[in-house]
Design a protein around this ligand. Structure first.
Ligand SMILES: *[C@@H]1O[C@H](CO)[C@@H](O)[C@H](O)[C@H]1NC(C)=O
Ligand SMILES: *[C@@H]1O[C@H](CO)[C@@H](O)[C@H](O)[C@H]1NC(C)=O
Ligand SMILES: *[C@@H]1O[C@H](CO)[C@@H](O)[C@H](O)[C@H]1NC(C)=O
Length: 209
């Protein structure tokens, strides 16, 4: 028997799937909710009231890049990066600053080496939203590598306004251990304030490891 209601529901959910598959975050409120649902503000000790969107795209060996939306699952082997960043929003200013951290290392249940610093870079210039880094990153991007048997980790990207102190900071450089990083402590120390945008991906161990 033909069931028109079912048909419409089915089309609607396919359309929703297509929107999700197409990529990036489109709603600041949805990002804020996804962070809150994932307990990230509490686990990172940050106040997360975003006023902009941060689009993070991971280039792929073949095919188009994967653009994150908050909470997307990405296969580990598709996360080699390095990512590119776009910011969308009012008043982004000049030279913002991006940090990527993993609060779930080695496992979300016992994150004894968290946070792991996966990227730390500043001096980005805003070219119509594309953030172009004009200097080497402080910590270049490290590919996620959650250990075999772990639940997925929350790899979290945060965008801050760059402070004057950031340019002269000596707390972190390319040889500083990436373990036991603390983004809220770092942000406070170099006067970054609260993040203005962010997103995150969930990455599980590669099934062949
Ligand atoms: C991921 O990459 C590694 C190293 O190239 C490879 O051995 C492994 O089979 C890949 N895993 C999947 C699921 O393709
Ligand atoms: C990095 O920081 C450490 C500790 O402050 C310092 O000893 C080292 O010389 C710095 N390395 C570079 C490349 O600046
Ligand atoms: C990070 O630093 C904040 C203080 O800024 C502290 O409250 C928090 O417990 C620290 N987090 C970790 C994981 O050490």
């Amino acid at each position: 028997m033909f069931q028109p209601t079912m048909y419409i529901l089915c089309l609607a959910s396919l359309w929703a799937l297509a929107l999700v598959a197409a990529g990036q975050d489109v709603s600041i409120r949805a990002v804020e909710k996804a962070f809150s649902d994932a307990n990230l503000p509490a686990n990172l000790d940050i106040v997360f009231k975003p006023t902009a969107l941060l689009e993070v795209s991971l280039p792929q060996a073949t095919g188009p890049p994967i653009t994150l939306h908050a909470g997307i699952h990405v296969p580990r082997n598709d996360t080699a990066g390095p990512p590119t960043f776009h910011a969308v929003g009012p008043d982004l200013g000049r030279g913002p600053f991006v940090a990527t951290v993993d609060p779930d290392a080695p496992t979300p249940q016992a994150p004894t080496s968290a946070q792991i610093r996966h990227f730390l870079g500043g001096n980005f210039f805003n070219h119509n939203g594309l953030l172009v880094n004009t200097t080497p990153a402080i910590s270049e991007f490290r590919q996620p590598a959650p250990p075999a048997g772990s639940d997925p980790h929350r790899y979290t990207f945060l965008l801050f306004r760059q402070s004057a102190e950031f340019v002269t900071q000596t707390l972190v450089n390319s040889t500083t251990p990436v373990q036991l990083f603390n983004i809220s402590q770092f942000a406070a120390a170099v006067d970054l304030g609260n993040p203005i945008a962010g997103t995150f991906m969930l990455v599980a161990p590669d099934p062949t490891t």
